[in-house]
Design a protein around this ligand. Structure first.
Ligand code: SF4
Length: 324
């Protein structure tokens, strides 16, 4: 879901559900006297992004001009910081490569053909594919060899999806909804497996897999949602289910699948939710009326961005302390 859910917009939704947060305090909508911001345990970079950014930085520190094959992470702040360190996003066009130029494959990974093409360019290639994405690619290759037909649940234009589908060739079918299964014919008795993008929503994938299993009971579900995504979504839901929060703020790039899923999950709990990439985006939002805020972040959000948002939330709420 791409839309930025501002506090105003979601407040209106909450009013209609009969749970106006400012009325709860009986203060007629005045800012709360104190605000508490609880930060989810898994905030900041996930292990895959930390590894990829670390790889890019250490290559640059060793004197390489690093050309990343696509955006290293879906986060503008990180991109700008890396540019200053001589790590740039490569446009994909061949160029005259210098002896200290290198190409870095990002955490999302790529398909086998692109990998071969990159290696034929005459430039040194380094690989920062996240091990969890590599694991999904390994599942696809092994299952293909065993004759499986694969159903892949993921975002259509996401680079990870493109890379994994390239591993599956003609034996994999990308799906956003179980209704799309009507478009394919699977040979009678052929084994079938269902896989998901590593950053898929746990709830939407489970619902999808259940629908597929109704249609194809022999299908097997392969656990490919990564541990970091799973932990972040589970913690967010667990905390919101307690009913202790009157607002959720998700920090993360607007193109980040991870952050968008967290935002969608929080909003699905009828909690006013704001998805921002930086603290500056909080300007203009009426957040001061909330007194108990849950703060979470996508996997490609640097901790400094989460810190900045947390500080601003506390300041706007008129309090000096808070935390999980
Ligand atoms: S979100 Fe998961 S799969 Fe993606 S880079 Fe992070 S750990 Fe790897």
């Amino acid at each position: 879901m791409d839309s930025l859910r501002t506090a105003n917009a979601v407040c209106a939704a909450k009013k209609s559900a009969g749970r106006e947060p400012s009325d709860r305090n009986g203060d007629g909508g005045q800012p709360a006297a104190a605000v508490r911001v609880d930060r989810c345990r898994d905030c900041g970079f996930c292990h895959g992004v930390r590894r990829a950014v670390g790889r890019a930085e250490s290559l640059a520190a060793a004197g390489w001009n690093v050309f990343v094959d696509g955006e290293l992470v879906h986060n503008g702040t990180v991109g700008k910081t890396l540019e200053k360190k001589n790590v740039v996003t490569w446009d994909g066009f061949d160029r005259r490569w210098g002896p200290r130029d290198c190409i870095l494959i990002r955490a999302h990974g790529i398909g086998p053909e692109r990998r071969s093409w990159l290696r034929g360019l005459g430039c040194r290639v380094f690989d920062a594919t996240c091990p969890d994405v590599g694991r999904s690619a390994g599942f696809i290759l092994r299952l293909r060899r065993r004759g499986y037909f694969l159903i892949f649940f993921g975002e259509e234009n996401h680079p990870e999806t493109a890379g994994l589908l390239a591993h599956g060739g003609k034996d994999i079918f990308p799906c956003k909804s179980a209704d799309e299964l009507a478009k394919i014919t699977i040979q009678e008795g052929r084994p079938v497996a269902i896989l998901a993008q590593t950053t898929a929503g746990i709830d939407t994938f489970n619902a999808f897999a259940s629908r597929v299993l109704e249609k194809i009971p022999r299908a097997e579900v392969v656990p490919t949602i990564c541990s970091s995504t799973r932990r972040r979504q589970e913690e967010l839901l667990r905390r919101l289910e307690t009913g202790s929060y009157d607002c959720a703020v998700i920090v993360g790039g607007h193109h980040s699948s991870n952050a968008r899923n967290l935002s969608r999950l929080a909003a699905s709990m009828a909690v006013p939710t704001a998805h921002v990439e930086t603290a500056a985006e909080l300007q203009g939002m009426e957040l001061s009326k909330f007194s108990r805020i849950l703060l979470a972040s996508g996997a490609s959000t640097p901790a400094v961005d989460v810190d900045a948002v947390e500080r601003l939330l506390l300041f706007r709420g008129g309090a000096a302390a808070g935390g999980a």
